[in-house]
Design a protein around this ligand. Structure first.
Ligand SMILES: [Zn+2]
Ligand SMILES: [Zn+2]
Length: 351
């Protein structure tokens, strides 16, 4: 008879049996697998985080480097701007100093000239060579025909020909001294007609007459005036130009000294020495015959008719005589249509 196996087992045996059971073994294996998976996963995640951190770090460093480059660039730029500004300031200062220096030199030259002129006026005698230095714009070029004849040229100092200016001379030029709306505004055609047809009765001519009667006696205070011409040209380099010739240089120099920089009718006088060797060549011969083909663009002197045809000898380059001039002047004065004109506000005044 087979003995029935004892069911009774100890706790240890139970335990052992359970541990040896396939289910338990399977569970253990699963646990181990899970554990491996967890470890692997953690390692993977850790590595990922590490990589991410490294990437972030790299990015941050990259950004920092770029920022540094930008900052350096900006600093460089600011430095460049500052340097450029400083250079500009330096240049400006140098230019200002140069101007100041030149002005001081010019002033000194003028003062020296005035002192020598004073000596010459007071003591007379030979013209000091130091004040009689002529200047030339282009000494190697041929003479400018306009400047040589009239002492004025539309191109001024930009003219390609040579402009010869005397240090001192008997003839003074006061550019743009006479002004009248008739020649200031572009009414030249009407003005020409006005001047030519109605002549001595026209408003324009009366205006000139007042000027003539005011200014000529002022100029005669310095000496014997042998020519006096007022331009009615439209061209800016001749417009309102006043020419006065004295019989001798000493008087011209005295007039120059007294008139330079003085005021007349709201205008400051600019006086130049000029050499007109022939009035016949300077004056437009066709203007009085109303035949100047150049009209408003003529480069020769279109002048107002002097009352009583005063200084006609000079116009024709004839030897002038004091008798003739005096006659002409007295005739012109007696013909004056406005004896009550107010001279006080027009006369050459230091104002
Ligand atoms: Zn010229
Ligand atoms: Zn002309």
């Amino acid at each position: 008879m087979k003995e029935k196996p004892k069911v009774l087992t100890t706790t240890g045996e139970k335990q052992e049996r359970r541990e040896n059971s396939p289910r338990y073994q399977a569970w253990l294996a699963e646990q181990a697998e899970l554990e491996d998976f967890r470890r692997e996963e953690e390692l993977r995640l850790q590595q990922e985080r590490q990589q991410q951190w490294e990437r972030d770090e790299e990015l941050a460093q990259q950004k920092w480097r770029e920022q540094q480059v930008r900052l350096a660039e900006k600093e460089k730029q600011e430095l460049r701007i500052r340097e450029e500004w400083e250079l500009e300031q330096k240049k400006q200062k140098e230019a200002e100093e140069e101007v100041k220096k030149k002005e001081a030199e010019k002033l000194k030259k003028q003062e020296d000239l005035m002192r020598q002129i004073n000596d010459f006026i007071t003591h007379g005698g030979e013209i000091p060579s130091s004040i009689n230095i002529s200047t030339e714009t282009h000494p190697n070029k041929p003479l400018c025909p306009f400047f040589s004849k009239t002492g004025a040229c539309r191109f001024g100092d930009h003219c390609s020909r040579n402009h010869q200016r005397p240090g001192i001379s008997r003839v003074l030029l006061m550019p743009n001294f006479y002004s009248h709306f008739g020649i200031d505004q572009s009414m030249i055609d009407e003005y020409d007609t006005d001047l030519m047809l109605e002549y001595e009765d026209s408003e324009t001519y009366q205006h000139f007459r007042e000027f003539y009667d005011d200014v000529l006696p002022e100029l005669e205070q310095f000496g014997w005036v042998v020519q006096f011409k007022v331009c009615c040209n439209f061209e800016p380099h001749l417009r309102g130009n006043v020419y006065v010739e004295y019989s001798n240089t000493q008087d011209a120099v005295a007039a120059y000294q007294k008139l330079q920089g003085r005021w007349y009718g709201g205008r400051q006088l600019n006086v130049e020495f000029t050499s007109i060797s022939s009035w016949k060549s300077a004056l437009c011969g066709l203007f009085f015959k109303r035949r100047c083909p150049k009209g408003r663009s003529c480069n020769f002197l279109h002048v107002f008719y002097n009352p009583g045809n005063a200084f006609a000898d000079a116009d024709h380059d004839r030897k002038y005589s004091r008798q003739q001039q005096t006659n002409a002047r007295s005739r012109s004065r007696s013909n004056s249509p406005s004896p009550s004109r107010k001279r006080s506000h027009r006369s050459v005044d230091k104002t």
